[in-house]
Design a protein around this ligand. Structure first.
Ligand code: ZN
Length: 326
């Protein structure tokens, strides 16, 4: 009887691997490493496979005969062919048509499934985190980009191409800022980490006064969402205003998505969500404004409960789900 699943989260900046109990629970033998630089993916795949082997070995040392591993679930960024486990296109990692599932299977000798990273994070929070006990959940990851995943009636919802839930590319300002996807006015262009940094730098370039300029020694190109947060925590009204505007943009997208899907809960995850009250208070205030309300009123918006591990837990959960189905 297999008791463990290796959960893997491949991000643009970090790689995470942990051993997750089949019945659910915290990942064990967790390891996190920086993602090696762009080299067409080979180095990243080798590193991930090495981390999986190391985690399996660590578990075996701790658990002895109880360390039976059923397989590997991998959360990968970009567009995927889930059935074949191929990453079709991931610009961050330089992967185009990479047969990730087969590569991991060959290197570890374990059956492997591959799923979109935001879908994994949403599934992880629904299975073991802040979304537990709800029937339908919209999970949103705020970071370098903005991703989303949908759990509908206790099942992952993929849509026709597997790309459903991409709330980062919902239009929040028609004809607005250029987005990485090529479109204009997407949520990601405003409320992602780089979107927040850009808004702060633009305002300072336009003459706004803030302690932010000193924090980065006058080099506006060094502003990040983290420095904006740091300034806001220090009482800087301008920085707090920049965060609040991003939160209001997010609230507009959440309200639209909630009216469309009617989930019981929205789970907000990722680095930007770590801004806490400075982000969640304006978000809640904006969601409380008059609008078409019934779906919004019935829905709870909560921060994720698995910081740093939602993808690892969710990837293992996706492996478990697909093993049950076959
Ligand atoms: Zn976009």
């Amino acid at each position: 009887m297999a008791k463990w699943i290796a959960g893997v989260d491949i991000g643009g900046t970090t790689l995470s691997v942990g051993m997750v109990p089949v019945a659910g629970g915290r990942p064990r033998a967790l390891r996190v490493e920086d993602t090696p630089g762009r080299r067409g993916g080979e180095e990243v795949v080798d590193r991930v496979c090495g981390m999986i082997r190391a985690a399996v070995d660590e578990l075996a040392r701790a658990e002895g005969a109880g360390a039976v591993v059923a397989g590997v679930g991998v959360a990968a960024p970009g567009s995927l062919d889930r059935a074949r486990g191929v990453v079709l296109e991931s610009h961050n990692l330089g992967w185009f048509g990479l047969p990730l599932r087969d590569r991991v299977q060959a290197a570890t000798g374990l059956p492997t499934v591959v799923e979109n990273d935001a879908n994994c994070a949403a599934w992880g929070e629904w299975w073991q985190g802040a979304g537990r006990g709800f029937r339908s959940v919209l999970g949103i990851t705020l970071g370098t980009g903005i991703g989303g995943g949908i759990v509908m009636n206790g099942r992952p919802f993929h849509g026709a191409t597997g790309a459903a839930g991409e709330i980062g590319h919902m239009t929040v300002e028609y004809g607005g800022r250029r987005c990485t996807c090529g479109g204009r006015g997407c949520l990601e262009a405003y409320a992602s980490g780089p979107g927040i940094a850009r808004a702060a730098a633009e305002g300072l370039g336009g003459g706004a006064r803030s302690s932010l300029a000193e924090l980065v020694d006058g080099d506006l190109g060094r502003i990040t969402a983290a420095t904006v947060h740091e300034a806001a925590v220090g009482g800087d009204a301008y920085a707090a205003g920049v965060l609040a505007r991003a939160a209001r943009m997010l609230a507009a997208a959440i309200a639209s998505a909630v009216n469309l899907l009617g989930p019981d809960a929205v789970v907000v995850m990722g680095g930007v969500a770590a801004a806490g009250d400075l982000f969640f208070d304006p978000l809640a205030a904006e969601l409380g404004r008059p609008r078409f309300r019934s779906a919004v009123d019935a829905c709870t918006v909560v921060p994720g409960a698995l910081p740093g591990t939602a993808g690892v837990v969710g990837a293992a959960g996706v492996f478990r789900l697909r093993a049950d189905e076959t």
